[in-house]
Design a protein. Structure first.
Length: 236
C-alpha cells in the first residue's frame, strides 16, 4: 500500500483551516490510518500567496517518488474514509486521477465541460457523451449531486479540484505544472502535458462535496484563459 499525501493551500491560518474549511473539517474526522499524511500551506494570500503551479511542483520531486499525492482545494469535504485504499486502487489503472473529466473534450474550449462557442455548442456545454464522474456541490447550504457520466473512465482532461498523481510516473514522463497558471487553468494545462507524454488519466468514484461552482469570467480567469489558449495554439 503506497502512502497518500494530501496537499492543499488555504487563505486561512492553521486553526481556521481545521475548523472553518470543509477540507479541514472532513480530515479531522478521518480515523487514524497508516499511509495518510496531510500537508497544509496556511495563509496563502496577499503578498504571501504562492501560485498553485509553483506550490504543487515543489512536491513533484524524487523524494516523494513513492507517494501518491492528492492536490485538493480547501473547500472540498471528503466523505470517503477509505481514501488511501481508493487512491491506491485508482493509480493501479491511471497515472493521474480526478473525480470529473472529459474523454473527448473540445480542446478549443477553455474548459473540460463548459463551452462558449454557441455555434458548435448551443447549450453552453460540451457533448455529454464524453463526460465522466460525479461531484456533490454545496449550494445555499444544500448538497446537489452533479452526475456527469460513468466512472472510472479514461479521460483527456480532469477537473483540478481533486487531482491525485502517481509521482513516480509523472517524474519519469518529465511533466510539471506550468507556474504561469497560479490558480486557473493549471489543471487543464497539466492534463494536456500528461496526455502528450503518454500518461494515463482517468476518473475514479470517490464521494466529495465541493462548495464552489467556479470563478468563470473574473479578471484573473480571463487573463489565465488567454494564456492557456495562446500556449496550446502554439503547441498545436
Amino acid at each position: 500500500m503506497r502512502k497518500v499525501r494530501v496537499v492543499t493551500a488555504t487563505t486561512r491560518n492553521e486553526i481556521e483551516f481545521r475548523h472553518m474549511t470543509l477540507l479541514g473539517q472532513s480530515l479531522a474526522l478521518f480515523p487514524r490510518q497508516a499511509g495518510l499524511e496531510i500537508t497544509v500551506f496556511p495563509g496563502n494570500t496577499g503578498s504571501r500567496r504562492t501560485g498553485l503551479g509553483t506550490l504543487y511542483n515543489s512536491f513533484l520531486q524524487q523524494a516523494n517518488g513513492d507517494e501518491i499525492i492528492l492536490f485538493i482545494h480547501d473547500d472540498v469535504y471528503i466523505h470517503d474514509w477509505h481514501l488511501v485504499q481508493r487512491l491506491n486502487d485508482a493509480v493501479a489503472r491511471y497515472d493521474v486521477v480526478g473525480l470529473a473529466g472529459n474523454a473527448a473534450p473540445d480542446l478549443s474550449e477553455p474548459s473540460w465541460m463548459l463551452a462558449w462557442d454557441r455555434k458548435k455548442h448551443p447549450s453552453g456545454r460540451q457533448p455529454r457523451e464524453g463526460l465522466s464522474g460525479m461531484v456533490g456541490h454545496l449550494v445555499k447550504g444544500t448538497t446537489h449531486i452533479s452526475q456527469y457520466g460513468p466512472a472510472p473512465r479514461e479521460c483527456v482532461l480532469l477537473d483540478g479540484v481533486f487531482l491525485a498523481v502517481d509521482v513516480k510516473k509523472v517524474l519519469e514522463a518529465g511533466v510539471q505544472f506550468d507556474p504561469q497558471f497560479e490558480f486557473h487553468f493549471y489543471d487543464l494545462d497539466f492534463c494536456r502535458q500528461c496526455s502528450m507524454k503518454g500518461l494515463r488519466l482517468g476518473t475514479w468514484p470517490i464521494a466529495v462535496t465541493h462548495a464552489s461552482g467556479g470563478d468563470f469570467g473574473s479578471k484573473e480567469w480571463i487573463i489565465a484563459r488567454d494564456r492557456y489558449l495562446s500556449k496550446w495554439r502554439q503547441e498545436n
